[in-house]
Ligand binder design. Structure first.
Ligand SMILES: Nc1ncnc2c1ncn2[C@@H]1O[C@H](COP(=O)(O)OP(=O)(O)OP(=O)(O)O)[C@@H](O)[C@H]1O
Ligand SMILES: O=P(O)(O)OC[C@H]1O[C@H](OP(=O)(O)O)[C@H](O)[C@@H]1O
Length: 201
């Protein structure tokens, strides 16, 4: 994450948000592969208080380190969900200030806090009908708390997204929409993303 990025466009912190099972990690993983040749668009790891798994490329942090980081303001952004702690390291926002487009899986609960406190925040909301979410969570077979994951959306205020991707078709179509949005953000900011995604729908 270190080093100044090419400043050919504005830096951005792209928060990919949406309910559990909507496909955030699928779209982010696909976009990472598709954009591997683009050094300016980066996919930094989050810190999560769970062991490393095939589910997501993240860095593990102990609960004690997480709590200490929250108490001392060490993270650019943090939240708790599903009994876990999540954080975005400050080096990510430094890279954004240097002109990088950094893409992370975020929380709907921190969208407004991020906009208020961090540079270049762009919110990409991924949506799908609730019955689709339920079927995907069940098929994934990972979560003992499947019902709680679905119900979490009921307790969250609606967010105002900059870009919305409806991931109700194939994963490839959802990935293509995120790739197009990120390329647009990289060249023309939010307006570029809207042009790219709007042109595809
Ligand atoms: N467009 C799609 N069509 C069919 N299945 C999909 C699609 N997108 C994602 N999936 C599948 O749905 C499941 C949930 O996707 P994924 O884990 O990426 O969601 P997520 O939003 O990151 O969820 P969580 O917040 O719970 O981690 C996975 O098994 C994934 O393979
Ligand atoms: O419901 P909200 O707050 O939007 O999202 C909370 C968190 O839930 C998911 O966790 P995981 O990846 O399944 O561990 C997402 O990654 C997100 O960070």
């Amino acid at each position: 994450m270190s080093g100044a990025a090419d400043r050919s466009g504005p830096g951005a912190l792209v928060l990919v948000v949406g309910p559990s099972g909507v496909g955030k990690d699928t779209l982010i993983d696909g976009a990472r592969a598709a954009l591997a040749g683009d050094e300016r668009i980066r996919f930094p790891h989050r810190l999560v208080t769970r062991p490393v798994s095939a589910h997501e490329a993240h860095d593990t942090i102990s609960q004690a380190d997480f709590d200490e980081g929250v108490a001392t303001g060490r993270f650019a952004l943090w939240w708790r969900a599903h009994g876990l702690g999540y954080a975005i390291p400050r080096k990510v926002t430094q890279a954004v200030e240097d002109g990088a487009v950094c893409v992370v899986n975020g929380s709907r609960s921190r969208v407004e806090a991020a906009r208020a406190a961090l540079p270049g925040v762009v919110v990409v909301e991924v949506t799908a009908p609730r019955e689709v979410l339920a079927a995907r969570i069940a098929a994934r077979g990972r979560d003992e708390d499947a019902q709680a994951r679905l119900a979490r959306s009921d307790g969250l205020a609606p967010i105002e997204a900059d870009v919305t991707i409806v991931n109700d078709r194939s994963p490839e179509e959802g990935i293509a929409a995120l790739v197009a949005a990120l390329r647009g953000i990289g060249t023309r900011g939010v307006a570029g993303a809207l042009e790219e995604v709007g042109a595809r729908q």
